[in-house]
Design a protein around this ligand. Sequence first.
Ligand code: ZN
Length: 192
Amino acid sequence: MYAQEHPAAINRQETRPVNEASVRALQTGLAGVALLFVTLATFGPWFDYRLAFALTLGTMAVSSLGLWRADLALHSLRRHPLERGSAGVGLGILLSLISGGAAALLNGTLLLALVVIVQFPPTLAILVPTVLVLVGLHRGRHRGEQAFRASVDLSRGTAACAGCRLPIPLAEGQWRGRGWLCLPCRVAGGEG
Ligand SMILES: [Zn+2]
């Protein structure tokens, strides 16, 4: 559907569609902040320990979902060079970090994590490799997206197929797993 657009139109910000995954990431970040405000609103005469605990845990869950959705959105933006929404994702990440961090501070999760790490340093021996493995798995997803982005030619509206490496119009390629493929390569089922 992008092939019919004049190349000059692609560069005009307002003609570029908004990335839906970015909108969801921002909405979830906003929901986290809203839940944090609801939590803070109960910190008055109606303070109830169990309710506060449930609300802060809920806020942490929503902000975690927000960060996960932000990651999905960043992948989606890399895969759809004609869509916009990176500013929204950035704001979503910030809101999720603030609301999740504040909730973790309020219900003691942050303090508990610090105490556990200080009292039992071997915890880090489990935590650090786990994070590194997750980052490593994540890198695999990046590779195909980076190759795709490097091959995108916005003035011509083309990108290179991950299978045959031939430049094809953006509208004719589709993502299959970790590669962006032209129709013949999709039919062949090879990812190169
Ligand atoms: Zn191909």
